[in-house]
Design a protein around this ligand. Structure first.
Ligand SMILES: [Zn+2]
Length: 191
């Protein structure tokens, strides 16, 4: 699994040109069929994707190229989960968030619980990233909970990255977090 840009045409061009590196060995990834098609959910409605599968010419490992807006093993896009995290920080409960996003309340509770459990790790990771990439990094404001601190560290790291590489502003903070975590923002093993 490797997170790549949202633009499938560009991914295809880079893959054919041998410009995508194997995350395991740094070798060249070559096209190798397609992963199973799936329907993901954006805030506005369903999004159909069929991720590219690739194989490393060096180590022979295969990698699905997952677009940057998608989280591993989640149907809802990173931006939808991000909207839920922000709403929670501003004081909304799972039920209100679920209604606003049109998602089942159990699904939203699951995201919040999972993120809450990982919040301290996520905060530490993104605070370090923020300081590392920022030209003139501003530490995230102290927030009431570790949950809120983790969310502001993620947004802060994104702002830091945008200050250095303005083109990163084309992706949302949640997509950026998705890229640095390789889609595993809500996975128990990350960071
Ligand atoms: Zn490899």
């Amino acid at each position: 699994m490797l997170t790549v840009e949202a633009d499938a045409v560009r991914v295809e061009a880079r893959l054919s040109a041998g410009e995508i590196e194997c995350p395991d060995c740094g070798g060249v990834l070559a096209p190798w069929g397609w992963a199973r098609g799936r329907v993901l959910r954006a805030e506005a409605g369903p999004v159909r994707v069929r991720p590219r599968r690739s194989r490393c010419v060096g180590c022979g490992g295969s990698h699905v190229l997952l677009p940057v807006f998608a989280l591993v093993r989640r149907v809802d896009l990173a931006d939808v989960v991000g909207a839920a995290l922000v709403a929670k920080v501003s004081g909304a409960g799972a039920r209100t968030i679920a209604e606003a996003l049109g998602r089942p309340v159990e699904t939203v509770r699951g995201w919040l619980r999972r993120f809450g459990r990982r919040a301290e790790h996520v905060r530490v990771y993104f605070t370090a990233l923020l300081v590392e990439v920022g030209i003139d990094p501003v530490p995230p404001a102290l927030a009431a909970s570790s949950f809120a601190q983790a969310v502001s560290a993620m947004v802060g790291a994104w702002k830091s990255a945008v200050s250095r590489w303005p083109q990163i502003g084309e992706v949302s903070p949640w997509q950026a977090a998705c890229a640095v975590s390789q889609g595993r923002l809500l996975s128990p093993s990350w960071p």
